[in-house]
Design a protein around this ligand. Sequence first.
Ligand SMILES: Cc1ncc(COP(=O)(O)O)c(C=O)c1O
Length: 393
Amino acid sequence: MSTPVMHATRPAARLALNGGTPVSATPVPFMKPQLHRADIDAAIAVLESGMLRAAGRCEELERRLAEMSDARHGLTCSNGTTALQLAYGALFSPGDEILVPAWTYIATVSMVVAAGCTPVFVDCLEDTFQMDPADAVRKVTPRTRGIAATHLYGCPVDIDAFQSLAAKHGLKVVYDAAQSHLARYAGRGIGAFGGAVTYSFYATKNLGTGEGGLLTVNDDALAREIALLRSHGETEKYLHERIGFNYRMNDITGAIGCSRLDRLPAETAARQAAAARFDAVLADIDGLASPTVTPNAEAVWHLYTVKMDLSRFTCTRDEFCAALKAEGVPTAVHYPRATVDQPALAAWNRHDTPVASSLSERVFCLPMHHALTEDHFRVIEGSLRKVAEAFRA
Ligand SMILES: Cc1ncc(COP(=O)(O)O)c(C=O)c1O
């Protein structure tokens, strides 16, 4: 009589997606944009005071975030998009060519168009996902007047390279730090570099207030110009010396921002610790690469973006993420379409940014926030290993 052959359960059959037991029945939260009692009390105090417009709490947020990022001036505004509009409006002129990232959130580029300027797309680097300084050098023309660079996912770009390029050609630089509150470069806060740095306080950002934005600048005249643009060019009550907008914040938002800023350094440290743990896990999984940080930069990990080598798996990125979700690990794709490939920007797409255009098929973001627990790390690591093994080519 022959002995029966024992087949180990095949890895794909064990996936929760295929009816197997999930690594965790409770999903890991993807993010944790949670208000504390202190934030709510700070907002209530403003409501009770009756001072609803931009006043003391906005000024406090401006002063503190500027100080913490090594900048001279802070200016609150209504959101990260209007922060970009104010910076571009103050620094660029219609018709200017501005170097922009092909891989970012659309606002970095669409506000260049809104300012009447011409965006010139620069590819991103394969390992950091950040704007590629070497491609920027290639894209400079006699009409180039500025650079709009995003510190994407919480990681600063190669600021030295962009500042040298700017100095060589007399360009003005705006850094979009909507995702990078408290990031650092070469030992200094990112507010120390460039013409203006812009922030978003959208609900899910590292410093989220619901909506809100801020700019930091180091030049006194530029700060005055942005303040004018922000509030209808008004130099004294009902005297409007130039055309501007109402892009002001309000003190309810300012109070929530100040209260959350108290916790931001500790929450940032927790994100950095989480990123280090993910790096260690991914170093051991063939075909999944952790994001590389720009040399000299300190990232604050708004998003932790994993890159897949699809040749090492039998599945697509979307199938991989569906399997992770079934195991208890939600993911997100930032971004499912490169900025350069957005229909709204087709007129400026020269199809010469291949890295950006191909990334959208190959990246996904793991849960990243300050409140990840040991159990969450266990679920994330277990799920990554299980799914990678199941789809191994
Ligand atoms: C890189 C980047 N720039 C600009 C913005 C726009 O900020 P807001 O949504 O506050 O207008 C965002 C927000 O998603 C962003 O991620």
